[in-house]
Design a protein around this ligand. Structure first.
Ligand code: ATP
Length: 356
C-alpha cells in the first residue's frame, strides 16, 4: 500500500473551476473521505488521482512517485464506481477474475487470488452464480472483489453505496469499514453523506465550491468545525447559529445574546466590534428556567431515544434542542435555554470562519 499526496491541485474546465488549489495527504492504510455537497469538486479530485482527468496545475504523488500526468492504466490504483459496473452475462468468479485475466496472470494464480478475495468478502458460496441473480448487496461485494483482487496500491471509491436504500447502506458502511480494517488499504472515498463519512473515515476532507474547508478526524470536525459551512454540513439536526454583535477581548469567557449572559470558551484574541454567530449543537442545548435566553416551543419530534424540540428565541432565531424523552415539553411552552459552554463554537458572521 502507499501514501497519496496531493499538492496544490487545481482543475479548471473551460467555463468552470471545479477544484481550487487543494492539498492533502492520505497516509498509508488510511481511510480518507472527501465529503461535500453535490458539485463541490469531490469526483473531479478523485478522477485526477485515478488519472481519468488531468490537473490544470498541481501534483499528485503515489508513494514517492509523481503520477500527476501518468495514464490511469500506469497507476496502480483500483477505482470502484457506484457498483453496477459488473458484466451481467458472466458469473461472479469471472467478474472478479476479469482484471487479472486482462493482466495476463497465469490461470492457477488467478484461481487462488479470486478464492482469497471471495473469502475476504465472505462470498465464496456465490462464486459460480450469474451476477444477474444476485441481490444489490451481493453485487456490491462482487464489485469490491474485483477491486481488491488486483491488490492495488490504493482504492478510490466514488459514492459506492449511493444506489442502496438507507438501511442497507448502513450495513454496507460497517462491512466496508470492517473490510478496510482487514486489508489496511489506503482508501479515498467520495461521498456527500456525512453519516457515511463520520462512520467510516479516519480523516475527512470537507469540500465546498472546489476548496477544502477543513481536514480532520470525524470527532475533530464535529466538535471543532473550522467554518459555518462545516458546522452546518456535519451533524443532524445541524448546529444552531445564534447571531449577536460584540467587541470582545482575549480571555473573555461570556457573551450577551439579548439580555442573556452565555458562558463560552475563553477567547484567544481581541476582536473589534462585529457581527458574530454563537454555534451550539442541538445535543448541547438544555432547558433552564433560570436562563435569560427565553424561547417558545414550536414543535417536538420524538426520535425514540431523544426528542428534537424546535424553538424560537425571543430574538427570533430558530433553535433545535435534542433532549431526553422524559423531559416534559409541549408546543407553546415557554422555556429558558442554556448551553454547554465548553461545546460552543464562535464564528465571524461575515467570513464564516471559526474564532479559535
Ligand atoms: P457530485 O456528487 O454531484 O458528483 P462532486 O462534488 O463530485 O458532485 P464534481 O463532479 O467534481 O462534483 O463536479 C464539480 C463541478 O465541476 C460541477 O459543477 C460540475 O458540473 C463541473 N464539471 C465536472 N466535470 C466537468 C467537465 N468535464 N466540464 C465542465 N464542467 C465539469
Amino acid at each position: 500500500m502507499a501514501e497519496i499526496r496531493v499538492h496544490e491541485l487545481h482543475k479548471a474546465f473551460t467555463d468552470f473551476t471545479a477544484v481550487k488549489s487543494s492539498s492533502f495527504a492520505v497516509r498509508n492504510g488510511e481511510f480518507f473521505c472527501l465529503l461535500g455537497p453535490s458539485g463541490c469538486g469531490k469526483t473531479t479530485t478523485l478522477r485526477m488521482i485515478a488519472g481519468l482527468e488531468l490537473p490544470t496545475s498541481g501534483q499528485i504523488f503515489l508513494g514517492d512517485e509523481d503520477v500527476s500526468f501518468k495514464r490511469a492504466s500506469a497507476r496502480d490504483i483500483a477505482f470502484v464506481f457506484q457498483m453496477f459496473a459488473l458484466y451481467p452475462h458472466m458469473n461472479v468468479r469471472r467478474n472478479i477474475a476479469f482484471p487479472l485475466v486482462s493482466q495476463g496472470m497465469a490461470r492457477d494464480e488467478i484461481g487462488r487470488q479470486v478464492e482469497q478475495a471471495a473469502r475476504t468478502l465472505r462470498i465464496t458460496h456465490l462464486l459460480d452464480k450469474p451476477v444477474s441473480q444476485l441481490s444489490s448487496g451481493d453485487r456490491q461485494r462482487v464489485a469490491l472483489g474485483r477491486a481488491i483482487v488486483r491488490q492495488p496500491l490504493a482504492f478510490l471509491m466514488d459514492e459506492p453505496l449511493g444506489a442502496l436504500d438507507a438501511e442497507f447502506r448502513e450495513v454496507m458502511c460497517h462491512e466496508l469499514r470492517a473490510l478496510h480494517d482487514r486489508l489496511q488499504a489506503t482508501t479515498v472515498y467520495v461521498t456527500h453523506d456525512q453519516m457515511e463519512a463520520m462512520a467510516m473515515a479516519d480523516v475527512i476532507a470537507i469540500m465546498n465550491e472546489g476548496v477544502i474547508e477543513q481536514l480532520g478526524a470525524p470527532l475533530e470536525v464535529y466538535e471543532r468545525p473550522a467554518s459555518v459551512f462545516v458546522a452546518d454540513f456535519i451533524g443532524a439536526p445541524s448546529m444552531n447559529f445564534l447571531p449577536f454583535e460584540a467587541g470582545l477581548a482575549s480571555g473573555d469567557d461570556a457573551i450577551l445574546i439579548g439580555p442573556a449572559r452565555i458562558a463560552v470558551p475563553p477567547l484567544r484574541e481581541d476582536l473589534s466590534p462585529r457581527a458574530l454567530l454563537c454555534g451550539v449543537r442541538p445535543e448541547h442545548v438544555r432547558f433552564d428556567d433560570a436562563s435569560g435566553l427565553r424561547a417558545e416551543v414550536l414543535a417536538t419530534e420524538y426520535l425514540g431515544t431523544r426528542t428534537v424540540v424546535t424553538l424560537a428565541t425571543a430574538q427570533g432565531t430558530t433553535v433545535r434542542a435534542k433532549v431526553d424523552v422524559d423531559i416534559p415539553v409541549a408546543r407553546g411552552d415557554h422555556v429558558g435555554l442554556a448551553f454547554d459552554a465548553a461545546k460552543i463554537s464562535l464564528f465571524d458572521a461575515a467570513s464564516g470562519r471559526a474564532l479559535r
